[in-house]
Design a protein. Structure first.
Ligand code: TXA
Ligand code: MG
Length: 377
């Protein structure tokens, strides 16, 4: 019954939020909007509820969930220490799209949430419906993105239903998610270095503005290793082994070893010395693919549309202007879903500069492409 449209601030909405909170407290699963993407929530203390989240998503059990809170004061009950640099990031970016990986307090959360690690990822979402739900539920809420594992994350309630209808208790509809890409996941090292485990809504430049550019590590060794292992073993469902015991030092991002956000068709990212070269190469490849009977798709930036012939691909989707990566971030996952709806079997996507939100866009595109890159020279 929570599956209804919801406009914030009306009486009806408050009752939908109250009902959703009740479902969470009773061990149910409820999807809800955040400022990044929709999440699938469960009481993070309740193992059966968390199990239902993993089952609905088809998520491997060694990939931990992010815990969502509505108040800074709730953090101390979940973790044993907050590094001063982590606190500075909290002060700067909470509520907002930043997840901090911190040493978990034992005995509070279901061990499934942390997948056996001795750390937990925590964030405070900047969305009125999410915050109202978290306050009403009055418990830590574990919430991965509310998509089937391996599908693009949902930025609309309808995406959640497309993937998970029948497997979850309900979804609160808060309209389109804001940023459109997931939170940035960071872990502050004992020496104060910020390891970026997953780029996202808070940019490297924003992190640097708080801690200094020298204190931000955008390619921590463990993440690079896992990503390489994933590329080498993209077809394996379980992926390569990694140290989950927390005994080995250094940041870990278990999610990085899985192929994510993959459209159903083949996807390649095209980059090159100039937009003209990229467009020329992509045009040739798309023509050849079309002749070979492929159903083609092209993901481009608005400025470059004129560089392609009128019917460059059967399905052409624009990520908006290159000068506004915010627009690209907001529309990326819906674009990937559109290729699926169009039945595209061969898709090319233009690369973009990895500054600001462009870094997170490229990270997701490269994952969706399973690392397939075409160099246009
Ligand atoms: O924006 C977001 O973060 C969304 C919304 C719903 O909040 N949530 C989200 O959750 O993206 P999920 O489960 O799709 O991604 C969580 C990522 C995974 O890559 C996971 O491996 C990583 O965070 N993670 C979670 N706990 C961790 C931990 N203790 N140590 C390292 N990485 C962790
Ligand atoms: Mg996800």
């Amino acid at each position: 019954a929570v599956e209804a449209s919801l406009l914030v601030q009306t009486e009806e909405d408050r009752s939908a939020i109250a009902e959703a909170a009740k479902m969470l407290r009773a061990g149910g699963t409820v999807a809800f909007p955040t400022e990044t993407v929709y999440g699938l929530g469960a009481d993070a203390r309740n193992t059966a509820a968390v199990e239902a989240v993993f089952a609905a998503k088809g998520r491997p059990s060694d990939n931990p969930l992010i815990v969502h809170i509505a108040d800074r004061s709730a953090l101390d009950g979940l973790v044993t220490a907050v590094h001063p640099t982590a606190q500075a990031l909290i002060d700067a970016f909470w509520p907002g799209p930043l997840t901090l990986v911190l040493p978990v307090r034992s005995g509070v959360l279901s061990p499934l949430v942390t997948a056996g690690l001795d750390t937990v990822g925590v964030r405070m979402p900047d969305h009125p419906v999410a915050l109202a739900l978290l306050s009403a539920a009055a418990c830590p809420v574990a919430a991965p993105s509310a998509n089937r594992s391996g599908r693009p994350s949902p930025t609309l309630a309808s995406h959640v239903l497309d993937d998970l209808a029948g497997y979850i208790g309900g979804v609160l509809d808060g309209g389109a998610a804001g940023v459109g890409l997931e939170s940035t996941v960071v872990q502050v090292q004992p020496d104060g270095m910020i390891a970026v485990l997953r780029p996202g809504g808070i940019t490297t430049e924003q992190l640097a503005s708080v801690a200094g550019a020298d204190a931000v590590d955008t390619a921590p060794a463990a993440v690079v290793e896992l990503a390489a292992a994933a590329a080498a073993d993209a077809s394996s469902a379980s992926g390569p082994e990694f140290a989950a015991g927390g005994s080995s030092p250094g940041p870990r991002a278990p999610g990085m070893k899985y192929t994510h956000y993959a459209p159903r068709g083949w996807l390649g990212v095209v980059r090159g010395a100039s937009p003209q070269r990229v467009a020329a190469e992509a045009t040739l490849l798309l023509q050849a693919a079309q002749q070979a009977g492929e159903n083609t798709g092209l993901l481009l930036f608005a400025e470059h549309k004129a560089l392609y012939p009128a019917e460059a691909a059967a399905c052409v989707v624009s990520l908006g202007s290159l000068s506004s990566p915010e627009e690209g971030a907001r529309s990326l996952y819906a674009a990937l879903r559109r290729f699926d709806e169009a039945g595209a079997t061969y898709i090319l996507a233009e690369a973009c500069p990895e500054t600001g939100l462009g870094a997170a866009i490229m990270n997701r595109l490269m994952k969706a492409a399973g690392g397939s890159v075409i160099e246009a020279g």
